[in-house]
Design a protein around this ligand. Structure first.
Ligand SMILES: Cc1cc2nc3c(=O)[nH]c(=O)nc-3n(C[C@H](O)[C@H](O)[C@H](O)COP(=O)(O)O)c2cc1C
Length: 205
């Protein structure tokens, strides 16, 4: 991102990073909502981990199920994550984005998807799993909230914990792809880049 100087609407010179104007930080802590959609709990675990690391970095952060959040007005920034099923985000995560698009499109947003499992980084055709696992609606998401970044993280599968049709499909997952493949160091490093954005300044969208 390029840093620079721009005139604001009052003809005062203000520093910029990329397209965002840098607003000098006040004593109020930046408040981040980490909103997640999870079917079997592993994406919830990632969201709670991110919130905890943001708090350790001096921000205020809550992790909450997308279905439990009604009022976004208290939050300055958002991290939104969904589990991937059949190459898509969970419907409730998509609905959260479309329902709150007017707020989300005016604040800094980061998004993540949790999905691929197994120890190999590529599929049988040699393609990077993080690039082919979804979500298929990534371009719509980008258009809706203009996220600063989207990451695909490896997830976890325990077939015995899956219910309904997901559980039925889960029985066909090869044994070597079951278990917990979440990479906490990678998730923590990404969270650090989010926290760094707020370390010396607060950013308007
Ligand atoms: C039936 C089924 C379909 C899945 N489809 C995908 C997929 O398309 N892409 C992907 O990356 N992971 C897929 N996964 C793996 C899940 O995304 C992974 O287990 C994730 O960590 C689950 O998150 P959750 O525990 O929060 O529900 C699938 C898993 C199951 C059981």
């Amino acid at each position: 991102m390029e840093a620079g100087i721009e005139q604001n609407h009052e003809n005062v010179s203000v520093p910029t990073i990329g397209e965002a104007q840098v607003v000098p930080s006040t004593t109020k802590k930046t408040r981040v909502l980490v909103a997640y959609a999870s079917r079997a709990g592993s994406t919830k675990g990632i969201a709670e981990f991110i919130a905890e690391k943001l708090r350790k970095n001096g921000l205020e952060a809550d992790a909450a199920d997308v279905d439990s959040v009604n009022d976004l007005s208290d939050y300055d920034a958002f991290v939104i994550g969904s589990a991937l099923y059949m190459f898509h985000w969970l419907r409730q995560a998509e609905q959260f984005v479309s329902k709150n698009q007017s707020v989300l499109s005016t604040r800094p947003v980061w998004i993540f998807s949790s999905g691929p499992t197994g120890t190999k980084p590529t599929d049988k055709k040699g393609r990077d799993l993080k690039e082919v696992s979804g979500p298929k609606e990534i371009e719509d998401l980008r258009e809706a909230v203009n996220p600063r970044d989207h990451r695909v993280f490896f997830g976890a599968i325990y077939p015995e914990r899956l219910k309904g049709s997901t559980g039925w499909f889960g029985r066909f997952i090869p044994k070597e792809d079951t278990g917990d493949f979440r990479n906490w160091a990678e998730i923590e490093a990404w969270t650090g880049t989010i926290a760094d954005t707020f370390s010396t300044c607060s950013l308007a969208k």
